[in-house]
Ligand binder design. Structure first.
Ligand SMILES: Cc1cc2nc3c(=O)[nH]c(=O)nc-3n(C[C@H](O)[C@H](O)[C@H](O)COP(=O)(O)OP(=O)(O)OC[C@H]3O[C@@H](n4cnc5c(N)ncnc54)[C@H](O)[C@@H]3O)c2cc1C
Ligand code: FES
Ligand code: FES
Length: 487
């Protein structure tokens, strides 16, 4: 076992000892490394001022992602490259092409947000897919500016995207790849600093042993929830077990009859596969948080946190997903909906972890849709998230699975509405009856996101919307993608 954290920065390996396991990357950069270009706006993943690049070795190449350094714990960076706004200029007299574009477009005023915008755009230049115009809106949706206004920032983004000039990351790519390869450690990272422990197992067997030895440990995936427990709630996490180094949890595979999603797969990695499975599922993922959060956050974490307003569970439940849990005792499978017992309580033993999610392939006569209702289009938590899946044969509903987030203490199916529909004709009248039945299925809460009445009304209306969309292909009931970005 190894207790030194090693990562690459500026073409050199950095080694850190005696690190507090929940020390954030942002605090390390600002307070330990003295690099204050990366800013702290919110410390909760919302504003993007703290955006940095994380480079990971994929085969012989480096995959760069923008992440929120305020909610990444330093040991999560072990074996990776870190790039900050201080690191991107070729030399002090020549700014990075993205920085030049920001200057030329007058895209900065007080400058507080600027390093974050710059790093999001640098990440995009090095990402797998170069963005089109609406894509740039998505790239920057996790960066807030309170004074310049987004028009000039988007001008700068387009200017930067058109400039193919190589930068310092390109120039030293071979060197960085060699350094990252030298860090592919064979032994497990196990930090113990003043009794605070951080384990990074590399196999499921190591994970299972650790969980059986430390049943009170906090399991950590992308830290987009757990990071806030530390930065906002100041919670003490004495033992952390990090999943990010277990390759088998990254499985994303499609067979004739199913789609398998490993618990460690991030939203960004799953996006194109989920879009191919169903366009609505892809659009749902695009609506989750921001690029930075989607680059770190996992689908497994979205399920395991048990939140009644997580966006993935309603859609996955409506599609009939199976959840597979792992432990030293072996695997245990259950319908995803059974995992959510009540608010704050899930069907997971302390020695178990979420291992993978299996979605059955859609049937030919299956219609599916999912809708997220939130106050803002981007970077917002749902007030209500709805998912509908129906199988209609000869005009009659053979099967209906309806699930909502935000309507109960857990993601929950609308059992009464489903019964009202099954065996009946798929008509306005039966849909109206099912909408009425929802008043018996749910007793929603009033909170800062929505009132109980609003939630009920929107939940009912979304079923009507689904009916209209499924019966009239020409009905225009929503705006998507570029239209939404330009609306
Ligand atoms: C700014 C911001 C915006 C957000 N927007 C959205 C949004 O739009 N929609 C939405 O649904 N969520 C949103 N979230 C919440 C969060 O991003 C998601 O819930 C995410 O999927 C959590 O995944 P993670 O990998 O970061 O989990 P972590 O934070 O690492 O863990 C979350 C929880 O799951 C547990 N856990 C993680 N993986 C496993 C596993 N394999 N087995 C057992 N337990 C596990 C952890 O112990 C913890 O309890 C947002 C968060 C932030 C900070
Ligand atoms: S400081 Fe706001 S996202 Fe990190
Ligand atoms: S330039 Fe001031 S916050 Fe963006």
């Amino acid at each position: 076992m190894r207790d030194t954290i090693k990562f690459v920065r500026n073409g050199k390996i950095q080694e850190l000892e005696n690190v507090d396991p929940t020390h954030t990357l942002l605090n390390y950069l600002r307070y330990d490394a003295g690099d204050t270009g990366t800013k702290e706006g919110c410390a909760e993943g919302d504003c993007g001022a703290c955006t940095v690049l994380v480079g990971e070795l994929v085969g012989d190449e480096i995959l760069y992602s923008a992440v929120n350094s305020c909610i990444q714990f330093l040991p999560m960076l072990d074996g990776k490259e870190i790039v900050t706004v201080e690191d991107i200029a070729n030399d002090p007299s020549k700014p990075h092409p993205v920085q030049s574009a920001m200057v030329e477009a007058n895209a900065t005023q007080c400058g507080f947000c600027t390093p974050g915008f710059v790093m999001s755009l640098v990440a995009e230049r090095h990402g797998a897919n170069r963005a089109d115009v609406s894509g740039l809106n998505d790239v920057l949706a996790g960066n807030l500016c309170r004074c310049t206004g987004y028009g000039t920032i988007l001008d700068a983004a387009q200017k930067a995207a058109a400039n193919e000039e190589a930068d310092i990351l390109d120039a030293r790519e071979d060197q960085t790849v060699d350094l990252l390869k030298s860090l592919v450690a064979e032994d497990m990272l196990a930090v113990d600093t003043e009794g605070y422990k951080f384990y990074a197992p590399t196999t499921e067997a190591e994970l299972e042993d650790l969980l059986s030895q430390h049943p009170t440990a906090t399991i950590l995936a992308g830290a987009t929830d757990v990071g806030l427990w530390v930065t906002k709630q100041h919670r003490d996490l004495p033992i952390i077990i990090y999943l990010g180094k277990i390759e088998s949890l990254q499985e994303l595979s499609v067979s004739d009859d199913s789609l398998t999603i490993g618990a460690g797969v991030t939203y960004s990695d799953a996006h194109s596969t989920l879009t191919e499975y169903d366009a609505d599922l892809g659009e749902l993922v695009r609506r989750i948080a921001s690029t930075q959060i989607r680059n770190s956050g996992t689908i497994g974490g979205n399920i395991a946190n048990g939140s009644p307003i997580g966006d993935m569970p309603p859609a996955l439940i409506a599609l009939g997903a199976t959840l597979v849990l792992g432990s030293r005792e072996g695997e245990r499978s259950l319908p995803l909906e059974d995992f959510f017992i009540e608010y704050g309580k899930q069907d997971r033993r302390p020695d178990e972890y979420v291992k993978r999610i299996i979605l059955p392939s859609k049937e030919a006569d299956q219609s599916f849709a999912t809708y997220k209702i939130s106050k803002r289009f981007d970077q917002d938590i749902s007030a209500v998230c709805a998912a509908f899946s129906v199988i209609i044969e000869d005009g009659t509903v053979q099967n209906a699975r309806i699930c909502y987030g935000g309507m109960a203490g857990t993601p929950a199916r609308a059992g009464g509405a489903e019964k009202t529909l099954i065996g009946q004709e798929w008509t306005l009248q039966t849909v109206g009856e099912a909408m009425a039945e929802m008043a018996n299925d749910y007793t929603p809460l009033t909170d800062m996101r929505a009132s109980d009445d609003y939630r009920m009304q929107v939940a009912q209306n979304l079923l009507m919307k689904f009916f209209i969309e499924s019966t009239d292909a020409k009905a225009k009931t929503r705006i998507l993608g570029e239209e939404a970005a330009n609306a």
